[in-house]
Each structure stands twice: as C-alpha cells, then as structure tokens.
Design a protein around this ligand. Structure first.
Ligand code: F6P
Length: 501
C-alpha cells in the first residue's frame, strides 16, 4: 500500500478541506490554550507551532500517519546502525558520533579518533604545533565543499570569533574563494586542512593543489607536509598529496557527507572554539537524539516538524519553505539546510525505485533576520502564494539579553503574528488595497536559550531527524545523492573528450 492509499492520508485530505477557509486567527479565538497546547520542548529548544494552519486534531492525524508509515521501526533502524541507506548498502549512523553506540568496539574506535583530532586541535590552540620552520601555526585554512564545508563553516561562525588560531574556509572552484581565504596568510604559520570524505571531489582537489602551489611558490624552503592535514574516509588517496599519516583523520563510510560535521570534518570548529565546545556541540545533538528516540510521537519535536513539512507540501502544495534565523551568526544556516534537506529529500523514486506519485522536498531557502525584513518579507506578506516559515530566535546572548536582542526578537514575533493575522492585526479599517496583507501565513518559532555549542548542536540534530521523518513518510532514501553525479560525469566526459583520450 502506498502512503496515499492509507486511511491516515485520506483523513488528512479531509482535514485539509475542512481547514481550507479557517483562519489562524480563528484557531486562536476558538482555543484560548492554543499557545501552550502548541508549545513543545526538545533538549534546550522550545518550539511554538501555534501559528501553523493546524488544529489539535490535525496534529494528531499527522502523528497517526507517521506511525502508519512505520516511523517507529525505521527510527530504531537509524539509531541502531541498521542498513537504512539501501542504494549504497550501509547504515547512516551519524548519531553514533555523539551518542556512544552499544557495540563497544565501534564506540572505542569512534572515541579514539575523536580524541585524536580534538587533541590535535588543542595542540594547535596551545601553539604546540609548529610549521617546518618552527613557526607556530596561527591560521588554519579548511578546504572542502558540500557537507565537508557547510556544517563546519556554519558552526565555526555561529559560535563567534575564534579563541584560537584563525580558521578560514574555501570551497568554490572559483579561485577567488581560495585567494580570499589565503589573503594575508604566511605559509610558515599556515596549516592547510583538506576535508573530503571521498578525497576525489574535483573542486576540493583543485583547491588543494592550488594551495600547495601557493605554499611552494612562497616558501620553497619549507616542508609542506608540516603544514598539511586531511580529514577523509580515504587515507590512501590523501597520501599522494604528501599528508603525513598521523595528520590524516578519518571517519566511517557510514557517515554521510551532509551528516559529517560531528566527525573530524568538524576539526575547524574544535580549532576555533576548543575541545569543550566541540563536546558540548555533540552533547546538544545527543540530547535531541535521546528525545527523538524516546519521546512519544505526539510530543516528539523532530516528528512534529517533519510532519508539518509533509502537511504543507502534500496537502497544501507548498513548493518551498523558508528558514529565517534572527541571529547574525546563524547566517549560514539556510545554505546548510539546503544541502541537508534538498540533497536528502530531493528524490522522485521510492526505496524500490518506483516513481513517486506525490511531491517530495520543497525548495529550501532563507535569509538572516532582521535583514530579511527588508527583502523577502514583502513577498512573504503580500505575495500571491504563501511560504511556510521557520523563524529561529535566541533568548539571550553574551550580555544576558541586551535591548537590541529584545528588539530583534520582538521584530521576529511581530513578523510571525503579522503573517498569521495579516494587516487586520493593525486594526485600522481604512487601508488602501496595496497596503493590505491577507495573513493566514504559517510559521514555526524555534527558540534557542543562547547561541552556544550545545544549542547549535541541538538545532542541527533536530533538522537532521526532521529530514529523516519526511523520508520515511515519502518512502525515499534520505542518505544517497545519485543525482549530483550526473552533471559531474558529463563534465568529466567532456573534459576527457577535449583531451582527445
Ligand atoms: O556532490 C555532492 C557531494 O558528494 C556531497 O554529498 C558531499 O557532501 C560533497 O559532495 C563533498 O564530498 P567529499 O566530502 O567527498 O569531498
């Protein structure tokens, strides 16, 4: 039976029809407890789902569909390292990097490698790692792309200025990216870290070669090996670049690229913010793993957010969703989520390879708040279509919650209310048509207590599990990405043809 044939799906289609003309404002009027009824906690996070186009019955029906789709069993498979990535025949056990697996051998191996790269990061921070000229290495340039860049870059920048060596990132094949990352760097005090699960990604290897040329051109007398490290599942492919074996950090093949920031791929995070911060990042994610594993589906936040996504895509035809973090240091979150969700869920065949009759991943986009208020919010308020939103807010900052943070959060909540209620919330009857906004536009507020490693770890794990929940209901493999090969292969074949070989 396909998911659309399930009675739970039919029940939701009925609820969709029933809610068609119901305004979010009316849902609040009808239920004075709505704000508390739709408030959910997971680890350090608090989510407010009350401004969504749902009532309590609909949320229950969404949970019923998740259960009918077999989520509980699939969740168990994911969290215990079963083979859930069927097309590649392996687990997707990124949670084992933050919640120690039952199998002692695997737990020991993961802990051992984690200690090794965290120790290296601490030695770099302590100035104990010197270059071949004996100079302390004060700058680390991480070269990687996709999952080997987006997560590490997001977290490194989310936690603020580095308290250790400078950490920079270069990912694009456009040489300007690496040039900018190397600008002002001295070879003698620079460490190049190449991060690539496959160690075969063209952009990353081209950037590594260019960085090594930069090094040799500027410091021919120095030994590049002392200024090189790598993170990869293929140490054999890193060796020919001159990376010393003790400077190669690895992680298991069963950790997907876009799920790999928790591994040595996150070394930039540890160099900039220290071992303790990295451990707190893992702990924040582990808190969400525990919640996802044990909370009843009806109050399980990754499940509720995942099913809200299904509701808007499959029952309301939403072709996109937006993520607006009201925190400058989370400005890379939309790009990170684009890979996580669109590379995981951008699929049109089911696990058996049969074409799907339903829509899957929406286009994920976003911009940082409050900047977004001066660009995309025009469309969000008055555009012909509506876009479900996630708005992220931080309750307090280093200074405990200054007036600017209070203003920022007041803006975020006001925008969410204006989207829900429309211009009628302002109460003034005489508004010209061009100044009217229809409202009834859904958003979810996600509160972080502060922008620290623990909360950031929790948010990213939340989105990982939200993504998995949707893959179960859509019956797709969230852990492969065969589609990305097509453009790469065509480019490679053309290059080969050009070389006439
Ligand atoms: O092209 C897509 C992809 O394979 C992503 O899944 C991955 O995160 C990225 O390229 C980089 O791959 P690697 O870490 O193997 O260089």
């Amino acid at each position: 039976m396909t998911v659309t044939e399930m009675p739970e799906w039919q029940a939701l289609a009925q609820r969709r029809r029933a809610l068609d003309q119901i305004r979010i404002a009316a849902l609040f009027d009808d239920d004075p407890q709505r704000s508390s009824r739709f408030a959910f906690e997971a680890g350090p996070l608090v989510a407010d789902l009350s401004r969504n186009r749902i009532d309590a019955g609909t949320l229950g029906a969404l949970v019923a569909l998740a259960r009918a789709a077999g989520l509980e069993a699939r969740r168990g498979e994911l969290l215990t390292g079963a083979v859930v990535n069927r097309s590649e025949g392996r687990p997707a056990w990124h949670t084992a990097l933050r919640t120690a697996p039952h199998d002692p051998a695997t737990a020991r191996a993961l802990a051992g490698e984690r200690d090794r790269f965290l120790q290296f990061a601490e030695q770099l921070r302590a100035g104990q790692v010197t270059g071949s000229g004996g100079t302390t290495l004060d700058t680390v340039v991480c070269i990687g792309i996709g999952g080997s860049d987006l997560g590490p870059r997001l977290v490194t920048e989310a936690l603020g200025p580095s308290s250790g060596p400078r950490v920079r990132f270069a990912s694009n094949l456009d040489r300007a990216d690496l040039d900018d990352a190397l600008r002002g760097c001295q070879p003698a005090s620079t460490l190049l870290v190449c991060i690539s699960k496959s160690f075969s990604t063209l952009e990353t290897l081209e950037n590594l070669r260019a960085a090594l040329r930069w090094f040799k051109d500027q410091a021919a007398d120095l030994d590049p090996a002392a200024h090189l490290a790598a993170v990869t599942c293929r140490p054999d492919l890193a060796a020919p670049f001159g990376v010393a074996p003790e400077r190669v950090f690895t992680f298991p093949e069963w950790v997907g690229g876009r799920y790999s920031l928790w591994s040595a791929c996150g070394i930039g995070i540890a160099v900039a913010h220290g071992r303790q911060a990295f451990i707190e990042l893992l702990d924040g994610a582990a808190a969400i793993d525990a919640h996802f594993a044990s909370a009843p589906l009806a109050s399980n936040l990754p499940v509720l957010l995942g099913m809200l996504g299904i509701w808007y895509v499959n029952f309301w035809g939403a072709g996109s969703r937006a993520v607006i973090p009201y925190a400058h240091r989370l400005r890379h979150l939309p790009a990170y989520l684009q890979q996580l969700e669109m590379e995981s869920l951008g699929k049109s065949v089911d696990q058996a390879g049969a074409p799907l009759a339903i829509d899957t991943a929406p286009v994920v986009w976003g911009e940082v708040g409050s900047n977004a208020q001066h660009s995309v919010f025009q469309l969000l308020h008055q555009g012909t279509g509506w876009v479900p939103l996630d708005i992220l807010l931080v309750t307090s900052n280093e200074s405990g919650g200054d007036s600017r943070l209070r203003l920022l959060n007041r803006f975020a909540v006001a925008q969410a209310d204006a989207l829900a209620y429309g211009s009628e919330v302002l109460g003034d009857a005489e508004r010209p048509a061009h100044a009217l906004a229809p409202g009834n536009r859904p958003s979810t507020l996600l509160w972080l207590p502060q922008l620290d490693a623990h909360s950031v770890g929790a948010v990213l794990a939340l989105y990982e599990h939200r993504t998995f929940v949707q893959s179960v209901v859509w019956n797709i493999n969230a852990f492969d990405q065969w589609g990305v090969q097509i453009g790469k292969e065509l480019m490679a074949r053309r290059s080969q043809a050009d070389r006439g070989t």
